[in-house]
Design a protein around this ligand. Structure first.
Ligand code: ATP
Ligand code: MG
Length: 186
């Protein structure tokens, strides 16, 4: 099964990003947009994992999350990856409060992943938390969108979620498999 660990966004924030999409869709062509209900912040991509390893890993994800503090977040402006050259991914920034909270959780997950023999993946070496809004359509040159006003609503992050990813005709579909609360105290 194809798995990843992520933070969920509250419905109001996903709706606000849906409005950003509506505003940009006409002007910024060539993008394949992530549906509003699927928007998330990837903390660690696991890739294909066999069920036995998945079962062994879950207590470690739970422990890593339990050792992390809940935190607050707000969305920041839009950006694209890669930093130079042809944009492939359009994202919204994700500011955590206190700063470094998401990176600390990602670090704990990385440690746990190492213990399981799951190596570093390429993107992870430059972990930068973000919400992927759209990906460039294959073979298309995209228009880099001008910045749009993004909701500054503050919201709480209190759990890490293990997702399964399946690709069908309509694109990727994510299913939450298990939730791991962030419980450490300040
Ligand atoms: P699709 O691949 O069908 O376009 P998707 O990228 O949303 O859709 P997945 O590839 O299963 O679906 O990815 C699930 C999540 O993990 C997404 O947030 C994606 O950005 C992230 N991800 C995918 N591959 C990697 C990787 N190699 N390193 C880090 N994160 C990744
Ligand atoms: Mg992908």
């Amino acid at each position: 099964v194809r798995l990843f660990l992520a933070l969920e966004l509250p419905p109001s924030v996903r709706r606000a990003l849906g409005a950003v999409r509506a505003e940009l869709e006409e002007r910024a062509s060539g993008w394949r947009w992530v549906s509003a209900d699927a928007l998330h912040v990837t903390m660690r991509f696991l890739g294909e994992v066999d069920p036995e390893l998945d079962a062994r890993a879950r207590p470690l994800w739970r422990a890593a999350a339990a050792g992390a503090r809940p935190f607050a977040a707000t969305l920041a402006g839009l950006g694209t990856f890669p930093p130079g050259g042809r944009p492939r991914v359009l994202w919204a920034g994700f500011d955590d409060d206190p700063p470094g909270s998401a990176a600390a959780l990602a670090g704990a997950l990385r440690q746990a992943a190492r213990g399981l023999g799951l190596g570093l993946d390429r993107k992870e070496r430059t972990f930068r938390q973000h919400v992927t809004l759209a990906r460039a359509r294959r073979g298309e040159t995209v228009v880099r969108p001008v910045d749009a006003a993004v909701s500054r609503e503050r919201f709480d992050i209190g759990e890490l979620v293990l997702f399964r990813s399946r690709t069908d005709a309509e694109g990727a579909r994510y299913t939450a498999l298990e939730r791991f609360p962030l419980v450490a105290e300040v």
